[in-house]
Design a protein around this ligand. Structure first.
Ligand code: LLP
Length: 426
């Protein structure tokens, strides 16, 4: 029997001995219909998570700008836009996605990223996005020159680096001066003052983002406090900023432990709003993972179970190209059988067919017995799963299904070999 899943996940076993469901939808049926590997997401949970932020901040002017990079599926962008979300983008491609899914949301887009090109800046100016999160003085110069060509004023927020330590994996920590992101907070005021007279640049906000999968609220409060100090300093100098963007990064629980999402959001909101007490402008935030991670699972089918020496390998048809987080960050994802078999758990490695030892979903994991043909669900894969997938080993990327109000809908068909070979010239 599988452990029952935490209520923070939309996947559950309705009865002991029954197979896994997403809401009222049978996972086995979805796998039969669409094949595997397959991503399945709960739209209801994504909206519920968005609403947690919206209601925690209801007392003040705010805008939740979903970090598109976490899961950039058009259907998910459209869903979130429909519930009032804005977007945090980091490329022209992500802007094109927002414009395709929800053109009416263009004015709710902030554009982050340390290496924006002239073409990307032009696209954003044409779309009249809310503001650029500029990451260097040189970038501000380029934004100003593109804005001048277009005879448009560019609203910008300087992304500052607050030098706050966020306890997280080094690859996804961004708020220290040793990182490539933003400008040192101590130098920010001088930059605002220098560009204040440029008629093509409108100082509109300030932004900060200290990293991802941060479990404690304290570093968010610490960063917001430093940023608000800067806002007050600028106000005294006659530069009034309308938006304070606190970034994303709120972490989730990837293990089987209980997780109270509402309490987490409340704690985050308290830390940030206390730190900026007295700020009269609009609070922006850029959550990605928190909105979509728990909502999604990657389904894979067991192809073979084999023993090598002392180890047992469960080889699935899903692989590191479909979900790279374990290989890249040694990330933990819970794995559950879709139809649990009776019997003692066995310690196994769950791996894919790719020709690398890094191709694994779990090492030395105790799982209920698995046999070829069984389905497994790799949980909490809604963020940075499909978005970081690739065609490595010329594998076709998975299909995706969104379950909304009890109805499953294919939101991306499985790739075909023609999709892959199309751009190539032999
Ligand atoms: N805003 C900015 C400027 C960011 O760079 C990021 C994430 C976010 C918002 C959203 O952060 P979130 O709320 O999702 O933590 N691939 C890694 C995570 C990389 C995060 C990069 N930046 C992973 O799978 O854990």
């Amino acid at each position: 029997m599988a452990k029952s899943l935490s209520p923070s996940r939309p996947f559950h076993y309705p009865q002991p001995g029954e197979a896994l469901y997403c809401g009222t939808v049978s996972i086995e049926k979805l796998a039969r219909r669409h094949g595997t590997p397959l991503y399945v997401y709960s739209a209801d949970q994504i909206v519920e998570r968005l609403k947690l932020f919206q209601s925690a901040l209801a007392g003040r002017e705010h805008l939740v700008c979903y970090a598109v990079k976490a899961n950039s599926s058009l259907a998910i962008l459209k869903l979130l836009a429909g519930h009032g979300a804005g977007f945090d983008i980091v490329s022209g491609g992500e802007l094109e996605r927002v414009l395709a899914a929800a053109p009416e949301a263009a004015g709710r887009v902030v554009f982050s990223g340390a290496g924006k090109t002239a073409a990307e800046i032009d696209l954003a100016l044409e779309a009249d996005i809310l503001e650029f999160n500029a990451e260097s003085e040189a970038e501000l110069e380029l934004i100003a020159s593109r804005a001048r060509r277009m005879k448009k004023r560019a609203r910008f927020a300087l992304r500052v680096n607050p030098d706050v330590f966020a306890e997280t994996h080094p690859y996804i920590s961004t708020g220290l001066t040793e990182h490539k992101f933003g400008v040192e907070i101590g130098k920010a005021a001088a930059i605002y003052k220098r560009v204040a007279s440029n008629r093509w640049l409108e100082p509109h906000g300030v932004s900060v983002h200290i990293g991802s999968q941060i479990r404690s609220s304290a570093p968010f409060g610490g960063a917001a406090e430093r940023v608000y100090k800067l806002v007050k300093q600028l106000k005294r100098a006659g530069i009034e900023l309308r938006n304070l963007d606190a970034g994303g990064g709120l972490g989730i629980e990837y293990h089987a432990a209980p997780f109270d999402a509402a309490a987490k959001v409340a704690e985050w909101a308290k830390a940030v709003t206390c730190a900026i007490d007295g700020f009269e402008g609009r609070l922006l935030l850029e959550p990605g993972r928190f909105l979509v991670a728990n909502a999604g699972a990657l389904l894979a089918r067991v192809l073979y179970v084999k023993r090598n020496g002392s180890k047992t390998f469960v080889i699935t048809d899903g692989a590191m190209n479909d979900l790279i987080r374990p290989a890249l960050y040694e990330a933990h994802h819970e794995i559950v059988p879709v139809r649990p078999r009776a019997g003692k758990p066995k310690v196994v490695d769950v791996v894919g067919p790719i020709c690398e030892s890094g191709d694994f979903f779990a090492h030395d994991r105790a799982l209920p017995p698995l046999e070829p043909g069984d389905l497994v669900a790799i949980l909490d894969a809604g963020a940075y799963g499909m978005a970081q997938s690739s065609n490595y080993n010329t594998r076709l990327r998975p299909a995706e299904v969104l379950v909304e109000a009890g109805k499953p809908r294919l939101i991306r068909r499985r790739e075909t070999i023609a999709d892959l070979l199309g751009p190539e010239i032999a």
